[in-house]
Design a protein. Sequence first.
Length: 152
Amino acid sequence: MKRFRAVLAIAVAIGALALAGCASDSDVGGLESGLSEVDGVNGALAYTTHSGGPWSTQVVVLLFVDDPSDETVVATARAAAPVLAGDPASSGREVSVYFIDGDRADYEGRSAAFADAVPVTPALAEALGVLQPGSEALRLSPDDVRRLADGS
């Protein structure tokens, strides 16, 4: 009986910790507002994910842009980096940035917006000093965000 109680107590503690990780999602409203002020950005949408477990939080950002050219995407990523580095919701976390051609109001939700994501080519990632294969997202480590925010 004592063993059963100990196992039950451990299970309850693990469950509480798992739920606490999900409940502590960052408020991304300030991040969205700050990113929306970046030149060439028509709006931003951000949310958190927990791949790997509730203790592992990543931030996903959709930036709606006027011009989806590589040069503009690189400039927008550089201009957005100080916001990402300085906001408590994204600072020190992995960030995946999707560049969407158009205005935020053009899309009912993020699923619809993902269909128009601008591909992040290896050349585009290389221009930012980020090593990654081609993808629909620019995947930035916390170090990448800080380096870009510092202008490197």
